[in-house]
Write a protein that binds this ligand. Structure first.
Ligand SMILES: Cc1cc2nc3c(=O)[nH]c(=O)nc-3n(C[C@H](O)[C@H](O)[C@H](O)COP(=O)(O)O)c2cc1C
Length: 211
């Protein structure tokens, strides 16, 4: 685009609504994504900011039943360990939460960050190598919002063992697992996080400190 676009008030109001209604989704309708939707969302993700324009995100589409079953097994073990780490009422509440949509989501992928990428020639990451992982998160968030704008939901699953996931995905050792993602049409839409609705945590204003 060469001409300077305008973002009128109506657009900003819609954008604020998009931010408000983006949800971590764990309940998906069984219908697949329409033809071309995934490719479009991946294209949009590719314009996310990245350190030194390194674009270190690596999307690994998980399509085979075998791979998906292995991810489910990994999740179930990690989730059982997480449950055991809580006590009393927290444990009871945790046990009631739905923390993944691995059985239902029609589209699933892992995202890794490639710390060894030469793209970007190392700019910006010499003293802060974690900027490679931060950059991958930018692509994920871009995907998340763009998907929501199309009525498509996404859920982030981190209750996983990164080493086991790298083996399942056959990922090179220099890639860091950022997360596993379930994508599809949500069964329901909410302006409040599920964890807030279930009484696990409440959303607060950002913490700001002035020096
Ligand atoms: C880095 C990261 C990891 C997350 N891992 C999980 C997860 O393993 N399981 C889960 O149910 N939600 C996970 N979430 C989703 C959060 O619980 C969710 O974003 C938060 O409760 C706020 O809800 P919202 O995204 O709907 O606003 C993760 C989110 C982020 C950003």
């Amino acid at each position: 685009m060469t001409s300077d676009p305008e973002f009128p008030d109506d657009f900003r109001a819609d954008l604020a609504n998009l931010f408000l209604w983006r949800r971590d989704v764990r309940r998906f309708k069984p219908m697949p994504l329409p033809e071309g939707a995934l490719e479009r969302l991946l294209d949009i993700s590719s314009i996310a900011p990245s350190v030194g324009l390194s674009q270190p995100w690596r999307f690994v589409m998980v399509e085979s039943a075998g791979c998906r079953a292995a991810v489910r097994t990994c999740f179930e073990r990690c989730n059982a360990e997480a449950l055991a780490s809580f006590g009393g009422e927290r444990a009871a509440l945790y046990a009631r939460l739905k923390l993944a949509g691995l059985n239902e989501a029609p589209c699933q992928f892992a995202v890794f960050a490639d710390r060894t990428t030469q793209q970007g020639h190392g700019l910006g990451r010499l003293t802060m190598p974690a900027t490679i992982e931060y950059s991958a998160v930018m692509a994920i968030h871009t995907f998340w919002l763009a998907a929501r704008a199309e009525g498509i939901g996404m859920g982030w699953v981190s209750i996983l063992d990164p080493a086991e996931m790298a083996t399942i995905m056959d990922a090179p050792p220099e890639w860091t697992l950022i997360g596993y993602f379930c994508v599809g049409y949500p069964c329901e839409n909410h302006s409040l996080p599920e964890l807030e609705r279930e009484g696990w945590e409440v959303r607060r204003a950002s913490i700001v400190i002035r020096r």
